[in-house]
Design a protein around this ligand. Structure first.
Ligand code: UDP
Length: 237
């Protein structure tokens, strides 16, 4: 059986790296993710990763912090680089070759983001982690994920979350909520379902890039998604 997708972009939130902690990084979580990622790397899938930074810093309310929004956002971008480095270490422990590319130059620890170079790494089966989001304030790492996925011509963006897909309503508040296996971009807009922020979502819609939302914490799920099994929710045109 061949995997359904040849090249993927995996988007992980910073918070997912916290595990049971309330802040920062949980090494056990990183090790688990690295193992799941190795399973799909073994299938020959080309893997790019965008990681968030919310477990360390989120560009916060200016009124609360006294830090201007743009300044806070740059701090958030730096947080994604810390997470990227931690994930890189975990992936290399599992025996994979990786490159960290940053949208903000910091040559001692990461390559600058160069699209063609990233593609070359992927062709050589190196994992590429994109750090520092888009490099611009007022964006999110979901937008960075959509943008990079389109740039490297990934077949799909896999949004690994703690829930197992998109529901008709919030399943924690409404027990009658049911999960969509497949849904179109337009339906998400009509039904006001939040898959990603609008900037990230529109980028995917306009470029016909399918999104799969799935539970990354369930063992074996990432491999199932890549093999085309019906896990999570597929959003497409
Ligand atoms: N950020 C930004 N531009 C980007 C990506 C991220 O300014 O292109 C900042 C923003 O402040 C954001 C923070 O970095 O709140 C962390 O990223 P995000 O909230 O997307 O992380 P996640 O929720 O996935 O952990």
């Amino acid at each position: 059986m061949q995997p359904r997708y040849k090249r993927i972009l995996l988007k992980l939130s910073g918070e997912s790296l916290m595990g049971d902690k309330s802040f920062g990084l949980d090494p056990a979580m990183i090790a688990r993710y690295a193992q799941s990622i190795r399973e799909i790397h073994d299938l020959g899938v080309e893997i790019a990763i965008v990681i968030g930074g919310g477990n360390i810093y989120r560009g916060m309310n200016e009124a609360e912090t006294g830090i201007q929004r743009a300044q806070g956002d740059y701090m958030g971008m730096l947080a994604t680089v810390i997470n990227g480095m931690a994930l890189q270490a975990g992936l290399e422990k599992e025996g994979m070759f990786t490159r960290l590319q940053s949208a903000i130059k910091m040559e001692q620890i990461a390559e600058p983001y160069i699209r063609r170079r990233a593609i070359r790494h992927l062709e050589k089966k190196r994992l590429v982690i994109f750090g520092a989001g888009t490099g611009n304030p007022y964006f999110t790492t979901d937008t960075a994920g959509s943008l990079r996925a389109i740039e490297i011509q990934a077949d799909v963006i896999l949004k690994g979350t703690r829930v197992d897909g998109i529901y008709t309503a919030d399943p924690e508040k409404d027990p009658t909520a049911t999960k969509y296996d497949t849904i179109t971009f337009n339906e998400c807009i009509q039904k006001n379902l939040k898959v990603m922020d609008m900037t990230a979502f529109t980028l995917c819609m306009e470029n016909q890039l399918p999104i799969i939302v799935f539970d990354m914490n369930k063992e074996g799920n990432l491999k199932k998604v890549v093999m085309g099994e019906e896990v999570g929710t597929l959003v497409k045109g």
